[in-house]
Write a protein that binds this ligand. Structure first.
Ligand SMILES: Cc1cc2nc3c(=O)[nH]c(=O)nc-3n(C[C@H](O)[C@H](O)[C@H](O)COP(=O)(O)OP(=O)(O)OC[C@H]3O[C@@H](n4cnc5c(N)ncnc54)[C@H](O)[C@@H]3O)c2cc1C
Length: 405
């Protein structure tokens, strides 16, 4: 491959790093441009962390899984709970997928650990030029290539030339905005409060991943490996509520005590408040500029699909770029990337995450009862449980995308 076959990747998040590693392992030269520096790379707010079986298979392909497993928690089970009734409604077991995947479980391993390990792999790879402390500002494209402009650590504008540019910059993608691509969808009026506590909820019957419905205050509850081990709880909050008031120690403690009255203060190790968007870019590519991950689609974290589906974009795209650069396929395969991954974003990720939130927040008692009965019946029937898990683990979305010409 010649120098002009270099791929410029903007953003060393999970999507940008997986794309870079997947390309480099096939001999493609990559430049990764990342605004964060070595000294603040690990100071990122807590975000994703539940990694589904289909994603674990892909991490394994680039040697990342072996580095993640010791830093994570293997979680074959997840629960649905009804907070009003203080009862577990259903337990799903990924063992139903043992014929479908070599990884019949979710690995609870936070995004920050994933990017830390992936960055080490990228820095050590001879085909990857990692440019930290470098902020991408704009780009130009011509018939035979692209030029990305970025401000480097010396505060100079530097130009990077490549065959294609992939925006893995996250939801605020400059590339998407510069191309005038609409980001269609909506933003929920309520914000989500994330509280991290050092308390073992397994003592109260919970498992490593729990979805808890309640007409007033639904929650997600997840376990992360320490030391010290932490549990993350999400709660809904109203748009008008003041952030300082919501995140004051006494307010957090009383919210936690309403959730689980232990009579003792919880050890709170972190908290943050975030806005949830459900949006998909109208197009995933214009010429030599391509969108992947959060720059192409964003969704609520209920169901853990954002990072997972972004990583699936990365591998789908890497396979196609490799074939183009080797002369085995023409550029039209990139239109298939858009058809496949936009279909998954709209029909699977958006549809499922919107449905997941509705299920947890449902207010009508009769509908809640019906939902609970259905979840129970699904979890108890091995055939229905497998079908459910194929969807929740994103294996179904990958199989469906393969059928798209
Ligand atoms: C609270 C919360 C919980 C979540 N939980 C889950 C979960 O359990 N499972 C799941 O699948 N998803 C989850 N998500 C979603 C997940 O975090 C995102 O989908 C995922 O991080 C997107 O990865 P990305 O690489 O596309 O973008 P990002 O992770 O946003 O990374 C973008 C990178 O680009 C860099 N960058 C941005 N602009 C520039 C620029 N101009 N120049 C250079 N670099 C730039 C940034 O510094 C960053 O490193 C959650 C999200 C939230 C908010």
């Amino acid at each position: 491959m010649t120098a002009s076959s270099r791929i410029i990747v903007i953003g060393a998040g999970p999507v940008g790093l997986c794309l870079s590693l997947a390309l480099a392992q096939e001999g493609v030269e990559v430049t990764v441009i990342e605004a964060l520096r070595d000294d603040n790379f690990l100071e990122q707010v807590p975000r994703a962390g539940a990694n589904h079986p289909a994603t674990l298979e892909l991490f394994d392909r680039i040697g990342l899984y072996a580095r993640m497993e010791p830093r994570g928690i293997i979680a074959p089970l997840f629960h649905y709970w009804d907070r009003r009734e203080q009862k577990r409604i259903a337990e799903f077991d990924h063992a139903h997928l043992k014929e479908d995947t070599g990884f019949p479980y979710v690995l609870q391993c936070e995004r920050i650990k994933i990017v830390e390990e992936a960055l080490k792999l990228a820095k050590a790879h001879p085909h990857i030029d990692v440019r930290l402390g470098t902020t991408f500002t704009s780009f130009e494209q011509e018939a035979d290539g692209v030029t990305a402009f970025a401000t480097n650590p010396a505060d100079e504008t530097e130009a990077f030339r490549g065959a294609y540019l992939v925006s893995c910059e996250g939801a605020r993608s400059i590339v998407r905005k510069d191309l005038g691509i609409g980001f269609e969808g909506f933003t929920y009026p309520d914000r989500t409060l994330n509280i991290e506590v050092a308390y073992d909820f397994r003592e109260n019957g919970y498992t490593e991943r729990n979805y808890i419905s309640d007409p007033d205050e639904w929650s997600n509850l997840f376990h992360w490996k320490g030391p010290p081990d932490r549990w993350r709880i999400h709660f809904p909050t109203e748009a008008h509520e003041d952030e300082d008031a919501l995140t004051r120690e006494d307010a957090l403690q009383s919210r936690l005590q309403r959730f689980l009255p232990t009579g003792k203060p919880f050890e709170i190790v972190g908290t943050n408040l975030y806005v949830v968007h459900q949006r998909v870019a109208q197009k995933f590519r214009v010429g030599r500029a391509i969108l992947a991950g959060d720059s192409a689609h964003v969704n609520s974290p209920i169901g853990a699909m954002g990072m997972n589906s972004g990583v699936h974009d990365a591998f789908n795209l890497a396979d196609k770029l490799v074939r183009i650069l080797r002369g085995e396929a023409d550029e039209e395969v990139l239109d298939r990337y858009e058809r496949q991954r936009r279909h998954v974003a709209v029909q699977h990720t958006q549809a499922q995450t919107i449905r997941n939130k509705r299920l947890l927040a449902e207010k009508d008692p009769a509908v809640r009862q019906k939902n609970n009965d259905e979840l129970r019946r699904t979890a108890e029937d091995p055939k229905l449980a497998r079908a459910f898990l194929l969807r929740s683990s994103l294996i179904g979305s990958l199989r469906e995308a393969e059928q798209i010409a």
